[in-house]
Design a protein around this ligand. Structure first.
Ligand SMILES: Nc1ncnc2c1ncn2[C@@H]1O[C@H](COP(=O)(O)OP(=O)(O)OP(=O)(O)O)[C@@H](O)[C@H]1O
Ligand SMILES: [Mg+2]
Length: 252
């Protein structure tokens, strides 16, 4: 596969809910191995953007390319096969973990490889154990989600996403529900993944983390990208007054 098989390209993405425009001509590109943090005020459209990228909602204009896979605007959802391939290439992780409560940690991680990819149970379990080891949960594989801390649950969710062998992860405020210490655990896992070459698109309120690890910062305000550049520039010399106002509020 060539390099472009691992790029994400968004062109003129428009999304409306009823008469309200939520995303307006959003365009950006993320190359393999890049870490991009998307920041912006509440209601700016950050979660909606990630959901569009993952084929979780349709949109009203523009295109999204994940390698050679294309999502186009329209009322009809993309073909199931395309959605499945996109979700395999880009894992998504949510603020509220969304683990299966009735399955153990190990079963949460092996579920999709076995039932979606058709991996043999024994192989899926071996891979899951390695992934859970990597996120520091080797001792909890037979626990149920309710027996885990928030940070542990989020690390299971990361292992579960990694079990599909994606090239990228879409993370929607995945540390927002966590205490500072547990946040640090999860952010450390993300940093490790970044070092290993995973492409990361992070919607986050963790400004210090974004500033430290992101290659680029995208600022989304009222459904429009008002800033897309390296952290040093966006944080020190923002081009748009809305960015300045937003940063003043969050960096207080
Ligand atoms: N299913 C929906 N139906 C109607 N409006 C929606 C729907 N989902 C989101 N919206 C609206 O779209 C806008 C963008 O929402 P979104 O959740 O993408 O914002 P966000 O930037 O992720 O905000 P936050 O930082 O609070 O998570 C909001 O005004 C929200 O009310
Ligand atoms: Mg959101």
């Amino acid at each position: 596969m060539n390099k472009d098989e691992f790029s994400i390209e968004v062109e003129d993405l428009c999304k409306r809910f009823g008469h309200r425009t939520i995303l307006h001509k959003v365009a950006f590109r993320v190359d393999r191995g890049e870490t991009v943090a998307i920041i912006g005020p509440s209601g700016a459209g950050k979660s909606t953007l990630l959901r569009c990228l993952n084929g979780l909602c349709n949109f009203d204009g523009g295109t999204i390319r994940v390698g050679s896979l294309v999502l186009r605007s329209g009322r009809r959802p993309a073909p199931f096969a395309t959605l499945r391939q996109i979700r395999q290439r880009l894992g998504m992780i949510f603020q509220d973990f969304q683990l299966f409560p009735h399955l153990t940690v190990l079963q949460n991680v092996t579920e999709a490889p076995i039932h979606v990819l058709g991996v043999a149970r024994r192989d899926a379990e071996r891979q899951a154990q390695a992934l859970l080891d990597r996120v520091g949960l080797a001792d909890h594989i037979h626990a149920f989600p309710q027996q885990l801390s928030g940070g542990q649950k989020q690390r299971v969710a990361i292992a579960r996403a990694l079990a599909m062998n994606p090239f990228g992860l879409l993370c929607d405020e995945i540390t927002s529900a966590l205490d500072p210490e547990l946040k640090a655990e999860v952010l450390a896992v993300l940093e490790g993944l970044r070092r290993d070459g995973m492409t990361l698109i992070l919607v986050t309120h963790e400004m210090a983390f974004a500033q430290r690890v992101a290659d680029r910062i995208i600022v989304l305000v009222d459904g429009e990208i008002v800033e897309d550049g390296p952290p040093a520039r966006v944080f020190r010399t923002p081009e748009h007054p809305r960015t300045t106002r937003f940063l003043e509020q969050v960096l207080l």
